[in-house]
Write a protein that binds this ligand. Structure first.
Ligand code: CO
Ligand code: CO
Ligand code: CO
Length: 308
């Protein structure tokens, strides 16, 4: 039902009239120093692609790349403890995995989920008039880059860890309850990269109001110093022909809107009539960020307008 064509978050395969399988895989090198939290973040990130499709994850397999000769096995134990606690929180069964020797550790999950074929939320169903809702703040790529350079204090590390390891489950439950037109999660291509995929796949144009986008405030001094991951600049370069920057959108804001995220929030395209119900459903489930950041316009397809 969903394959490669629209750069969606996960593949979906119909198993029967009432049941479809959702499949996805994701892994990455450590983004924080603490192995327990790294494991939890990697698990939350891998599960997120199932949530973004409106699915419910049911089983997961570990994928472990690890330098057994140079790093202690206690570190790996902690990574797997963080992950298995997060998987248990999600109500998912860990059922196996595969390990290989690798000089740079990488970890993630292959996740199987289920969804009713009529309840699938793809990234290509946006309609003109929809409003865009984002459920986590931006800046995680810049902040994890600063962390690697030893430029972050304890509070900032705790804050980004909390954001990245937070499951998108509650946000997804809210959107499935209300019924929305499109969704994707914000990861490596940044807010505007994933929004571009949504707009292009849906054949619509999107407008974002930069000042309405939630951003972790610790980001601003770092981005002024250009502590920015290379993936973020690659996103800007890739998107340059499809974004129209409005007068007064600073270079720093442009960078943040393209910042490559790890385990970011859901970007949801919801009809104007249902937007209040969605915001209420998010609030009642305790989703802390639930910002209306823009809207979907009729023309021209695949273009993103960014206003201050
Ligand atoms: Co995704
Ligand atoms: Co993914
Ligand atoms: Co094997």
């Amino acid at each position: 039902l969903v394959g490669f064509d629209t750069s969606d978050d996960a593949a979906i395969y119909r198993l029967g009239p009432e049941l479809a399988a959702v499949q996805t895989v994701d892994l990455f090198p450590p983004v924080v120093d603490d192995p327990y939290h790294y494991g939890a973040i990697a698990a939350a990130n891998s599960l997120s692609d199932v949530y973004a499709m409106g699915g419910r994850p049911v089983t997961a397999l570990n994928i472990i790349c690890y330098p057994g000769g140079s790093l202690s096995m206690e570190v790996l134990t902690q990574i797997l403890k963080g992950s298995s606690d997060k998987i248990a929180e999600a109500g998912v069964s860990l059922v196996g995995g595969h390990t290989l020797e690798d000089p740079e550790p990488k970890y993630g999950l292959c996740v199987l989920g289920v969804v009713h074929p009529d309840k699938i939320v793809t990234n290509s169903g946006s309609r003109p008039g929809d409003l865009l809702v984002l459920t986590k703040p931006l800046g995680l790529g810049i902040l994890t880059t600063a962390l690697k350079a030893d430029l972050l204090g304890e509070d900032a590390i705790a804050r980004i860890t909390e954001v990245m390891e937070r499951l998108n489950r509650e946000a997804a439950e809210a959107m499935v309850e209300v019924g929305v037109n499109a969704c994707t999660d914000i990861t490596g291509f940044g807010l505007l990269g994933h929004l571009y995929e949504m707009a292009h796949g849906s054949g619509v144009c999107a407008r974002v109001y930069a000042s309405r986008v939630p951003v972790l405030h610790e980001v601003w001094p770092l981005v002024e110093e250009r502590i920015v991951p290379s993936g973020t600049y690659a996103n800007m370069e890739y998107l340059k022909d499809n974004i129209r920057w409005g007068e007064g959108v600073s270079k720093e804001t442009q960078i943040v809107l393209c910042d490559a995220q790890t385990s970011g929030g859901l970007l949801i395209s919801v009809s104007r009539e249902k937007c209040d119900a969605l915001l209420q459903a998010l609030e009642s489930r305790g989703v802390p960020e639930r910002a209306v950041i823009g809207e979907i316009l009729d023309q021209p397809s695949g273009v993103i307008l960014v206003e201050p």
